[in-house]
Write a protein of this length. Structure first.
Length: 176
């Protein structure tokens, strides 16, 4: 992530944290990261992983897209690139992402917020995806939906995989 996006992300996380009256220590502890690391992220000096951003979103009780919405471009790690396509604001919140995965990559994702489901459609290549007891090998044009509120993973084979991912969060109670 470039410096401009790291600064935007840090300021945005800090604002969301303060709006919710959560201390730096509380958010760091809940997200399972060191307080000093969270402080660096908020100051625009860190380089958080996708998993760290997910954990922060869960603790702040917001969709992942809410944290990355102010960023321009995509979020890249060594083996994956994720780009937000759309961020629904209805109830339930729905996010749509375009993801590319390098050959021979494996990404283990932590559980998302309770009640979250994920639908993955392979655009090109092949991808193994799902929760540990229900892993599917998908080829171009195939789709798999699973409960993403438990650990799950993505794994490519010999070639790049391009994926359309839709995440549907749990419906917020008391809202239409």
């Amino acid at each position: 992530m470039d410096k401009l996006n790291v600064n935007k992300l840090g300021r945005h996380i800090q604002k969301l944290r303060r709006d919710r009256e959560i201390s730096l220590s509380q958010l760091a502890q809940g997200a399972g990261i060191a307080k000093s690391n969270l402080s660096r992220i908020e100051q625009g000096n860190g380089n958080p992983t996708v998993d760290t951003i997910w954990r922060l979103a869960i603790q702040l009780k917001v969709p992942f897209s809410t944290l990355i919405l102010p960023l321009s471009g995509s979020i890249e790690e060594s083996e994956i690139e994720v780009r937000l396509i759309d961020h629904g604001t209805d109830n339930p919140p729905i996010d749509v992402y375009w993801m590319t995965c390098a050959p021979h990559s494996k990404r283990e994702a932590e559980a998302h917020s309770p009640g979250t489901t994920e639908t993955v459609t392979v655009i090109s290549g092949q991808l193994e995806v799902g929760v540990l007891d229900e892993i599917k090998l998908l080829s171009a044009g195939e789709t798999h939906t699973f409960n993403a509120d438990q650990p799950h993973f993505y794994q490519t084979g010999e070639n790049w995989a391009t994926v359309l991912m839709t995440i549907i969060y749990a419906k917020e109670q008391g809202q239409k």
